[in-house]
Design a protein around this ligand. Structure first.
Ligand code: HEC
Length: 108
């Protein structure tokens, strides 16, 4: 309940609350998936895993705006701050992988 109130306040302060469903859509539309894969699970040859526990939002935004490696930059003209917040919400919403102890093949 208290959490819901806080979320409500945050939404009022920053405009729209981040929308994970729209984030999933944008992740595909802006081509993030081409390197990071559709569930952001990453692939060794193209780009690292981004979720379900993404790096802090400030670092995330900074990297997308000014990457230092192979990744192409996305300026605020191309992907708005609010859209990055939606993409971030999508990454946070991804299900966590099961613990190793629950994967029979890894417990023989
Ligand atoms: C052409 C391939 C490519 C595309 C498209 C791409 N990325 Fe990346 N991304 C990478 C690679 C490769 C890295 C690893 C660091 C590097 O080489 O830049 C990376 C790193 C990152 C990181 C830093 C991860 C960390 O743990 O430090 C974030 C955040 C990120 N990408 C988000 C995005 C988002 C959001 C999009 C879409 C708007 C996107 N990327 C599109 C290739 C890509």
């Amino acid at each position: 309940m208290r959490f819901a109130i806080l979320m409500g306040l945050a939404a009022t302060a920053w405009g729209e609350a981040p929308d994970a469903e729209n984030g999933r859509h944008l992740f595909a539309r802006y081509g993030c998936y081409q390197c990071h894969q559709l569930e952001a699970q990453g692939a060794a040859a193209t780009g690292p895993r981004l979720g379900p526990r993404p790096i802090p939002f400030a670092n995330f935004t900074k990297y997308v705006r000014r990457p230092t490696g192979q990744m192409p930059p996305y300026t605020a003209k191309v992907v708005k701050d609010s859209e990055l917040a939606d993409i971030y919400a999508f990454l946070e919403s991804l299900p966590a992988p099961p613990p190793v102890k629950d994967i029979p093949l890894l417990n023989q």
